[in-house]
Design a protein around this ligand. Sequence first.
Ligand SMILES: NC(=O)c1ccc[n+]([C@@H]2O[C@H](COP(=O)([O-])OP(=O)(O)OC[C@H]3O[C@@H](n4cnc5c(N)ncnc54)[C@H](OP(=O)(O)O)[C@@H]3O)[C@@H](O)[C@H]2O)c1
Length: 321
Amino acid sequence: MPCLPERGHADKTTGLNRSVCHNLAFSGRRRPEERPRREKKVLLFQQVSNSRVIKSKTSLVNGLSLLGAIIAIGLMATFGSIEPSLASTVLITGSSRGIGFEFARQYADKGWTVIATCRNPAGAHALNALAAEQPNIIIEQLDVTDHGMIDALAKKYQDTPIDVLLNNAGINPGQQPQTFGAIDYDVYHRIIATNTTGPLKMAEAFVGHVAASEHKKIMTLTSGLGSLNAAERLPGILVPYRISKAGVNMAMLVISRAVKGRGIVVGTLEPGIVDTDQAAGMNVPKMSPEQAIAAMITVIENFDADTSGLIYRYTGERAAW
Ligand SMILES: NC(=O)c1ccc[n+]([C@@H]2O[C@H](COP(=O)([O-])OP(=O)(O)OC[C@H]3O[C@@H](n4cnc5c(N)ncnc54)[C@H](OP(=O)(O)O)[C@@H]3O)[C@@H](O)[C@H]2O)c1
């Protein structure tokens, strides 16, 4: 199990400077890998019982106190109010801003443990401020195009079940380098590496963590522009982005079949047009991130074995290929 290095020292497993990654998020808290989740209720119950059993023999009053304590602790443990470690865990890519940030905020509000990953934790000011308020948010550095970094993070969390792996990170660097006839192929490769290969590699690296969880879900953000039905719209525009999203739709469909036997549900989500940096240049009505993400969390909850591999819109309707 990896240990938490002192602030300012590099993590031996990942080589990351943990004082940067955890500067605000970690004070006074234990690392998730130090918190065995499922055994917690039993251990807690046994410790309280054992320590009090001798006293309980000496008087009826003490005996009743013991009973009361056990019932109270049993109730608290059942409803998850003692240990945040009993909560479900979501790992989100691209949490510094936009949709990923709002997912982190809303899952944290729901009491989930949130592993909020981002490329540059030191510069993710809003996320750091949120983590300072919400002790259940852990910030980790992750660039989804860096496969060594993905593997290192997966190793670091090897004992942590991840209920929802949320592939959110994505780029769409504007029309100019993405128009047929003038495509910039450096940009093209960066888009594919981020939007298509990134989620595929994340799924490969974290499939064991998801399989070990209760919810067992791998969810990926796509776009209606990646739909085959959208081919007639905006001809020749945003070609690499559209290829990248059509590609990730197929990647998730294929993965859904590969992991079916392990009870994992794979879903692809169309968020609609959400008011983030990525949609800044679009002169159309936009949803607030609060509204769109609340809707998508419900869609994620509703994904099951029957719908695994499919694309759903934030509205809860099935989207076309
Ligand atoms: N907004 C929309 O209307 C809309 C519509 C359809 C689909 N989507 C999809 O929804 C997802 C989120 O979009 P958004 O609107 O929130 O975009 P955004 O505001 O531009 O945010 C993108 C996020 O992805 C991160 N990111 C970019 N490249 C990364 C990399 N290589 N590794 C890790 N993180 C990386 C960014 O981190 P930095 O801060 O480090 O740059 C940022 O946190 C994307 O997949 C997008 O394609 C959005």
